[in-house]
Design a protein around this ligand. Structure first.
Ligand code: UT7
Length: 335
C-alpha cells in the first residue's frame, strides 16, 4: 500500500437521538423562558433528552449510532482498528467513553481514543483519523460523537441560558483508507484552539483541584458567556473557512454543501450572509435537536447523506467552534 495515495473514505454514517422529546413549551414549566424567546434567539423548536430515571450514558447512545454505521459499512466490530470518541459529557469522569463503547461492541483489545474538543470534536476527530489512515497506523476507524447533556443541565431560572440550548444524541462514522490518485477524501484541514478563552465556556468540576468554594458555588454547572461566544463564532468561522479554502486551492463556489456545528441558527445565518453563501448550501437541523455538541456535525452529516445532499463527488465544508476555545474547518470530497 502506498501511503501517499491513501485517502480517507467516509464509508458510512449513523445517528441515534435520545428518546424523550422536550419542546420549548415543556421547558417553560421549569424555568422563566418561552417558546418565542428560544425560537427567536436560537432557532431551536425542540430537543431530545435521555429519560430522567434512566441509566443512559454517552457510550450507550454512541453504541446505537455505531451499530447503524457499522451495518451500513458492512463491517463487524472486529473490522475496527481504532475508535475515536468525542464527548464533553462522558459516562464517567474517567475512563473515557471510547473504552466503554469498545467493550459494549464486544471487542477485546481494540484501541480507543477519547478526544475532548467539544463542538469541534468532529473536525479534530476527522483530521486525527485521516492522519492515522495516511500514516498506515490504522485503516478502519470508527468515529463517534455522543452527548448526554440533560442530567447535568440546571432546570431552573439560573441555568436557562444554557439549558434551553442543549440536546442528547450521537452520530457515528466509519472511515476507511482507500488507495487512489484522485483528489478525494480530506482535501484540507485547519484546526485552532485558544485556551486564553477557556473560561468563556466551561464546567470547572469535576477536576483535580476541588475547593469547598467550588462546590458551594455550583461550579459543576456549565457556564457560558453566550454573547461573547456568539460574536467570536460569527468572526472566526468565516475566517477559518477561508483558511481551509485557501489551503485547498478552492473557492466557496467549489463547495457543494457546508455542514456547520449547530450551536445557534443565527450564527450559521450570519456566517452564510458574510460569505455570500446561497440558500440551500448551508445545512441546518438545530430546530429539531438543539445543540448536541460533539454529535451535532455527524448527525447533520448523516441526515445530509440521507437527503442526498452529500453524494459521490460532493465537496463538503465542515465548520465548528466551541469550548476551549477550539474551532476549525475541514474540506472533504466524497468518493
Ligand atoms: O456550542 C457551543 C458554543 N456555544 C455557542 O455558540 C452559544 C453562542 N451564544 C448564543 O447562542 C446566545 O448568546 C444565547 C442563545 C446563549 C443567548 O442569546 P442572546 O441573544 O445572546 O441573549 P443574551 O445572553 O444577550 O440575553 C438577552 C436576555 C437577557 O435578559 P436581559 O438582561 O436583557 O433582561 C437574558 O437574561 O435574554 C435573557 N435570557 C433568557 N430569556 C428567556 C437568557 N436566557 C433566556 C432564556 N429564556 N432561556
Amino acid at each position: 500500500m502506498d501511503y501517499y495515495n491513501r485517502k480517507m473514505l467516509l464509508k458510512s454514517t449513523g445517528r441515534y437521538i435520545a428518546p424523550w422529546l422536550v419542546k420549548n413549551d415543556d421547558l417553560a414549566q421549569w424555568m422563566d423562558t418561552s417558546d418565542e424567546w428560544i425560537r427567536q434567539r436560537t432557532g431551536i423548536e425542540q430537543r431530545y433528552w435521555v429519560p430522567e430515571d434512566g441509566d443512559i450514558g454517552a457510550s450507550d447512545l454512541g453504541l446505537e449510532a455505531s451499530k447503524i454505521a457499522l451495518e451500513r459499512a458492512g463491517w463487524t466490530p472486529e473490522d475496527i482498528d481504532l475508535i475515536i470518541f468525542g464527548t464533553l459529557s462522558p459516562d464517567m469522569h474517567f475512563p473515557g467513553s471510547g473504552c466503554l463503547l469498545q467493550h459494549k461492541l464486544g471487542l477485546d483489545t481494540t484501541p480507543a481514543l477519547d478526544i475532548r474538543q467539544q463542538c469541534s470534536a468532529f473536525l479534530y476527530g476527522l483530521t486525527t483519523a485521516d492522519a492515522f489512515i495516511r500514516s498506515g497506523h490504522a485503516n478502519r476507524i470508527l468515529f463517534v460523537g455522543a452527548e448526554v447533556h440533560s442530567p447535568a443541565l440546571v432546570k431552573a431560572d439560573r441555568g436557562r441560558d444554557v439549558t434551553v440550548i442543549f440536546g442528547d444524541g450521537a452520530g457515528a462514522a466509519c472511515l476507511e483508507g482507500v488507495e487512489t490518485d484522485e483528489p478525494v477524501g480530506v482535501i484540507s484541514s485547519v484546526l485552532h484552539s485558544q485556551g486564553e478563552f477557556a473560561r468563556s465556556l466551561m464546567m470547572p468540576l469535576p477536576a483535580s483541584r476541588i475547593t469547598e468554594e467550588d462546590v458551594r458555588e455550583g461550579r459543576h454547572d456549565a457556564y457560558m458567556d453566550g454573547r461573547n461566544i456568539f460574536k467570536t463564532a460569527v468572526r472566526k468561522l468565516p475566517e477559518v473557512a477561508n483558511e481551509a479554502l485557501e489551503k485547498a486551492g478552492l473557492s466557496i463556489d467549489d463547495i457543494d454543501i457546508i455542514i456547520p456545528h449547530q450551536a445557534n441558527l443565527r450564527i450559521n445565518q450570519a456566517v452564510q450572509k458574510s460569505m455570500n453563501i446561497p440558500d440551500g448550501k448551508m445545512y441546518n437541523n438545530i430546530h429539531r435537536y438543539g445543540n448536541m455538541t460533539a454529535a451535532s456535525i455527524p448527525v447533520a452529516l448523516d441526515e445530509a447523506i440521507e437527503e442526498k445532499l452529500v453524494d459521490k463527488g460532493s465537496t463538503v465544508l465542515f465548520l465548528g467552534l466551541g469550548a476551549g476555545l477550539t474551532w476549525g474547518g475541514v474540506i472533504y470530497r466524497h468518493f
